[in-house]
Design a protein around this ligand. Structure first.
Ligand code: NAD
Ligand code: MG
Length: 401
């Protein structure tokens, strides 16, 4: 059995339509885009559960519209706020916290789980969905960075299927689909990167950048954490690790190329030198709809791509000096699974501190490199060990900031 098949559903049983859908992180950027797809194709889905973090108002609005029988929020305070905002005559069952999210991911009546919580908090619910044999649309890349080995094993055991929502991995998935299981025919996966708002900038400029500048992504509208990850290129680093887990390749066979227009979403290279690219307007509704409706293709409210209007598509190598996060991610994945967990935890703590304007932009890679230098590998073969290491590294990095 060739490795990328585990994330490739050709031979898998997929649920019929309408699909019973759970969206974890429905109030975020991905969640909102997913609900646009659902609103356009209501006959294809039954919305069974919507889960948000702290944004009670947006979740209440979404639930009032889609009327799921279940919802989840971060804690009891948000739950009370949420319940007070619901219309008369509608009372979903409201779960809370990590256990609540995991319970929704494994609900017996749920068939399709969109994993779109941000950060390591997405790991446990994604694993719960994998263990329960669900069809999973995976946006939360951090869950594979933390525990790709555990999630893949759970999918193999339960028959769960992961469809990659992340635009690059979705592009690769589409490129790989027609090509059977012969993974020796694949020579390389090439992820495109926009280069973020600081492409072409040097160290002196980067030492002065602000939160607002880092959040102003040129092509994609996204949540705050992934926007900063795109500015440091850590997003591409996490995506290289995500691709290695999804498609079972070593990091030496996954490359990144900067493509400022974000029209080519990634490429698969075969041994004969052919490269298959996926092109489209940069809007997450496209890969979300592809995953939620797979193997069907449906219409989405996205302007079709007009290549003549785009004009030039350009490509350049990433700058390894200005953007060390790409190298740090590669080195961490090569060093082993506990290094990848340390990388992710350090990044989340540093990005949160940057967003709170407690540290500068260049302190982000510095904090990650220091955490990796300190890291002594430990056994992370269980979810408990993964979460324990995540907690420990966060505490260390926070103390060192
Ligand atoms: P976002 O910040 O806009 O939304 C995050 C969602 O998670 C919200 O619903 C929030 O309430 C919830 N949340 C936050 N912290 C939580 C916690 N501790 N427990 C439970 N819920 C929590 O983020 P986003 O941009 O939608 O990204 C979501 C995930 O998708 C990330 O892993 C990101 O890397 C990935 N992704 C996003 C995009 C994009 O275009 N936005 C593209 C590819 C991949
Ligand atoms: Mg991406």
């Amino acid at each position: 059995m060739k490795s990328y098949i585990s994330a490739w559903p050709k031979s898998a049983q997929l649920p019929d339509f309408p699909r019973s859908l759970v969206i974890l992180g429905s109030t975020g950027s991905i969640g909102v885009s997913a609900l646009k797809v659902v609103a356009k194709h209501p006959e294809l889905f039954t919305v069974t559960a919507l889960a948000g973090g702290r944004n009670a108002a947006r979740l209440a609005e979404q639930c009032a519209r889609f009327r799921p029988p279940y919802a989840a929020v971060l804690d009891d305070a948000v739950r009370a706020e949420f319940l007070a905002l619901l219309p008369d005559g509608y009372r979903p069952e409201v779960l809370t916290g990590p256990e609540g999210y995991a319970a929704l991911a494994a609900l017996p009546e749920a068939e399709l789980i969109l994993s779109a919580i941000v950060g390591a908090a997405g790991f446990a619910p994604t694993l719960a969905a994998a263990r329960a044999g669900k069809m999973i649309g995976l946006a939360n890349k951090e869950s594979l960075v933390l525990g790709g080995h555990v999630i893949r094993a759970a999918c193999r055991e339960s028959g769960a299927v992961i469809l990659p929502v992340d635009s690059e991995h979705n592009a690769l998935f589409q490129g790989l689909c027609g090509h059977g299981e012969a993974d020796e025919e694949i020579s390389r996966l090439i992820l495109t990167a926009s280069g973020g708002p600081f492409r072409g900038r040097d160290h002196a400029f980067l030492s002065t950048v602000t939160r607002a500048q880092a959040l102003a992504h040129p092509n994609w509208s996204m949540g705050a954490k992934i926007s900063v990850d795109s500015a440091t290129l850590m997003n591409k680093g996490l995506e290289i690790i995500e691709a290695c887990h999804l498609y079972g390749l070593p990091v030496s066979r996954v490359d990144a190329v900067v493509h400022p227009q974000s029209i080519v979403h990634s490429l698969v290279e075969f041994v004969d030198g052919s490269q298959l690219a996926h092109l489209g307007t940069p809007d997450m509704q496209v890969p979300i709809a592809h995953c939620l409706c797979f193997p069907r293709r449906v219409t989405v409210d996205v302007k079709p791509l007009n290549l003549a209007a785009v004009g030039a598509l350009t490509f350049e190598p990433p700058d390894p000096v200005a953007f060390p996060c790409l190298r740090l991610a590669r080195e961490a994945f090569d060093a082993g699974p506990s290094h990848a967990i340390a990388l992710n935890a350090a990044n989340e703590v540093a990005v949160a501190a940057f967003l709170e304007e407690r540290i500068g932009y260049l302190d982000i890679p510095a904090a990650i490199e220091a955490a990796l230098d300190r890291h002594v590998p430990v056994d992370v073969s269980t979810p408990e060990a993964i979460l324990e290491l995540d907690r420990a590294v966060r505490a260390e990095v926070l103390a060192a900031l």
